[in-house]
Ligand binder design. Structure first.
Ligand SMILES: Cc1cc2nc3c(=O)[nH]c(=O)nc-3n(C[C@H](O)[C@H](O)[C@H](O)COP(=O)(O)OP(=O)(O)OC[C@H]3O[C@@H](n4cnc5c(N)ncnc54)[C@H](O)[C@@H]3O)c2cc1C
Length: 388
């Protein structure tokens, strides 16, 4: 029998919503384009970074989902945060001792595994790439997949399918706008001869150098490897124009050394030189805030990045996504399957301002990260530190 609720996307938001509905005995199905749970998560240089899950948002959702203890048993509480300028001068170092960290970290792949394993296997349909969603004449929703399959008869379709959601066009014609920034991400593995040097920079956590409109991020992962990210201002079509360069990681490394970070000190350029994975490129987009104002449309809603994708400059995207899932599940439980429209409209009334707030803060933080005199403005605004 067709369940009343279809969730599109088995990312953090879709899986958390699924788990919360499962706990409440509300039938649902998740359709995900990846062929399996580990398909995307094993791309260590791409999706396989780490996320911090905040006590006042993401962790609340995990608690309601009955997964907080499991999360705590695998999360890392001792991550140090270091912020330096382009020359490597350190201005901020936050160390956590004795578990005083309310933003512990988890690898993306571990978060996905935690959530997937909490949902019966038959609730997640892998290898279903959505092409479009349509309302039928009887008011029910149908989902059309890229390979021609169609699933129909749903009361509610929840778009949890990220930045390029196939559901979004049913509620708004707005599209994510390019931020002007790309992240190029790669890795340094534990076997690398340079590994001890990144350990001395980033330790157990995050090292971030910002200045001259550029950024280098080094982030420790659970397996001892480091996720390396380079933030640069590039034209939106850079990845299509430079497709050959991106595929050739040695050439891209050389390009970063000679063009991107040529005038940065060796302590930083060595990170480029000694990185050892393929590259994954992320042009960063954000929804225009004025578009987050739609009237609830019967039969559809959005959670997470599908609703309010933004740049990752306050590190809260996933927390907001988990919190959306919690609030939507709570409204569905409260109003029941016979009044899903009311559930969705009450959920959206709180989600839309939350999404706008996140986008505004991340945009502001991004402007300060990529300012020519960074980290000055960022430290003042986000850490209360005045530097000359
Ligand atoms: C470079 C980068 C760094 C980031 N760092 C942080 C950070 O440090 N902290 C933080 O909180 N947030 C961070 N974010 C943001 C965070 O990753 C997102 O906010 C979060 O993943 C949103 O979860 P989601 O489930 O809504 O969407 P997603 O994680 O995008 O998941 C969407 C799911 O839908 C699936 N899907 C997509 N299209 C289709 C389709 N057509 N059919 C079927 N399935 C589909 C995808 O395969 C995926 O599984 C970062 C983002 C980027 C790009």
């Amino acid at each position: 029998m067709t369940p009343p609720i279809a969730i599109l996307g088995a990312g953090p938001s879709g899986l958390t919503l699924g788990r919360l509905l499962q706990v409440a005995n509300i039938p649902f199905v998740i359709f995900e384009q990846d062929e399996s749970a580990i398909a995307a998560a094993t791309v260590a240089t791409g999706r396989g970074g780490a996320l911090d899950i905040h006590a006042d948002s993401g962790q609340i959702a995990l608690k309601e989902a009955g997964l907080l203890d499991q999360f705590k048993s695998i999360a890392r509480y001792d991550a140090t945060i270091t912020v330096a300028n382009a020359k490597g001068k350190v201005y901020l170092k936050v160390e956590h001792e004795g578990g005083d960290n309310d933003k512990p970290e988890i690898d993306r792949r571990d978060l996905r595994a935690l959530l997937v394993n909490s949902i019966p296997a038959n609730r997640v349909q892998w290898g279903f790439k959505v092409q479009s969603v349509q309302k039928e004449t009887d008011g029910s929703m149908s989902i059309h997949f890229q390979d021609g399959r169609i699933e129909s008869g749903f009361k509610l379709v929840v778009g949890a399918d990220g930045m390029w959601s196939k559901v979004r066009s049913l509620v708004t014609s707005a599209k994510p706008q390019y931020s002007g920034i790309y992240y190029l991400t790669t890795a340094i593995q534990p076997e690398s001869p340079f590994h001890s040097s990144v350990v001395s920079l980033a330790g157990n956590g995050l090292y971030m150098a910002i200045g001259d409109g550029k950024q280098i991020v080094i982030l420790k992962l659970g397996d001892g490897s480091y996720y390396i990210g380079f933030g640069l201002r590039l034209p939106e079509n850079w990845s299509s124009e430079q497709a050959a360069l991106i595929k050739d990681s040695s050439a891209l490394r050389q390009w970063l050394l000679s063009d991107g970070f040529a005038d940065w000190p060796e302590a930083h350029t060595d990170v480029i030189r000694h990185s050892d994975g393929d590259f994954y490129v992320w042009p960063l987009y954000a929804m225009p805030t004025e578009s987050l104002s739609w009237q609830t449309v019967p039969g559809v809603t959005l959670i997470g990045d599908a609703a309010h994708v933004t740049t990752p400059f306050v590190g809260e995207g996933v927390n907001c996504a988990l919190y959306d899932s919690l609030r939507l599940a709570q409204q569905i439980i409260k109003h029941g399957l016979d009044d899903l429209h009311r559930a969705v409209s009450e959920y959206e009334a709180s989600m839309l301002p939350r999404g706008i707030d996140l986008i505004e803060r991340s945009t502001k933080s991004g402007e300060l990260y990529f300012a020519s005199d960074a980290p000055k403005g960022w430290l003042k605004t986000f850490a209360g530190i005045d530097i000359a």
